[in-house]
Design a protein around this ligand. Structure first.
Ligand SMILES: [Zn+2]
Length: 388
């Protein structure tokens, strides 16, 4: 059956696009899970909605994207013995997650046939089962010594599209990593690299020289996970590498602010993308992406509507996703939110720039309402409503 979602009475529509972050629109229409139109309701064909949402004046944005997670299986992680951490994160506005490696799998295979099997299986089980509707792009193998070009070809043909963080496996030198990242890229597999000091016992230091030599597509957690590189190396990476700059919650906040200030000076804020790095040693961060938006908006002095782009549109563009932008043909993945009750600020965006979190009132994935009032954010002043 054809579905048609109409969201009307939108107060502010955020686009995900840094060059035009706030759209002049009060209505969105999506058919069969894809955005078909947005603009002023009086000019639009809203008849025949199978789902009608009255936003009651709240802000609508593309669903948030967590660029850096470590899922294992389903909605369970053994890392902190957490159940339903993905559902909790949905309540923080995140509708898409990108795996940086399924490294917390107990007994993770490190032999090559085993790691390939795990990558393919992980890609499949998250493709086949979306926890609470959240899109988890997983199946991100960790590089181990002895892998050859054919291994990357095999995995790509089997559906693997991502590498886990370079440096978490036995490949710790830039030359080998560069060669393997090159093979991955040749077959359409995107790469990311651990940056900074060791995350947990058993992992190692990756400094700026290794990041530059490897040339992965994303500088994973440039602010460390948790230990950051010295300031001069962070600045060097921003200046000498044209890849995505990922800033994470499970990192050094001061280094996050330094990164944003450096990227701004370079006029390259469009490279900035956000992750949590959860589940991690510091736990699961259901509100991690919103907390990063508020942190960077307030401490790095970024307008909130731009900081929101770090959490959806920039990631969409850096990672070639079909979600994260308000654009015809993109997935109808949205978060509806409003200023938190009693949070200072003249409106939601102003209150975020003052360091406050917004209240999430609804999430929508592929045109389907997946959650109502968040159980994790502070309560919003106004809540959207499903009319039909
Ligand atoms: Zn890492």
């Amino acid at each position: 059956m054809k579905t048609k979602l109409v969201i009307r009475n939108i107060g502010t529509l955020l686009s995900g696009k840094m060059e035009d972050p706030i759209l002049d629109a009060d209505c969105i229409v999506a058919e069969d899970g894809k955005i078909t139109a947005f603009g002023n309701e009086k000019d639009m064909d809203t008849a025949g909605a199978t789902t009608l949402v009255d936003a009651h004046g709240v802000t609508v944005a593309p669903g948030l994207i967590d660029s850096h997670v470590h899922p294992v299986i389903g909605d369970y992680t053994p890392r902190q013995q957490q159940l339903n951490w993905i559902e909790s994160t949905l309540h923080g506005g995140v509708t898409t997650m990108i795996s940086a490696g399924e490294v917390h799998m107990p007994g993770r295979p490190k032999d090559i046939v085993g790691l390939k099997a795990l990558a393919i299986a992980s890609q499949r089980w998250y493709e086949n089962f979306r926890p609470s509707g959240v899109k988890v792009h997983a199946g991100a193998p960790v590089l181990e010594k002895g892998m050859v070009e054919q291994d990357f070809k095999d995995m790509a043909e089997a559906g693997v599209k991502l590498l886990g963080e370079v440096g978490l496996g036995s490949v710790k030198d830039g030359r080998t990593a560069q060669q393997m990242v090159g093979w991955a890229r040749k077959y359409g597999i995107q790469s990311t690299i651990h940056t900074g000091g060791p995350s947990i016992p058993g992992s190692g230091l990756i400094d700026a020289d290794m990041v530059l030599e490897t040339g992965a597509d994303v500088i994973g957690h440039i602010n460390g996970g948790h230990s950051a590189l010295p300031d001069d190396q962070i600045v060097c990476l921003c200046e000498n590498c044209l890849k995505g700059i990922e800033v994470v919650h499970n990192g050094n906040e001061r280094a996050a602010v330094l990164t944003i200030n450096t990227a701004r000076e370079l006029k390259q804020l469009d490279r900035v993308i956000l992750g949590t790095d959860g589940p991690a040693g510091s736990g699961v961060q259901p509100l991690g992406i919103l907390r990063m938006v508020a942190l960077l908006s307030s401490f790095a002095n970024v307008p909130a509507e731009i900081a929101m782009c770090f959490a959806n549109g920039n990631t969409s563009r850096q990672r070639n996703l079909d979600t994260g932008l308000i654009e015809a043909g993109y997935c109808a993945d949205f978060v509806l939110m409003d200023q938190a009750q009693h949070a200072p600020g003249k409106d939601m965006l102003d209150s975020i720039q003052l360091g406050n979190l917004p209240g999430v009132g609804m999430t929508i994935i592929d045109g389907e309402v997946r959650s109502l009032r968040s159980r994790n954010t502070p309560p919003a002043q106004r809540l959207p409503e499903v009319v039909t």
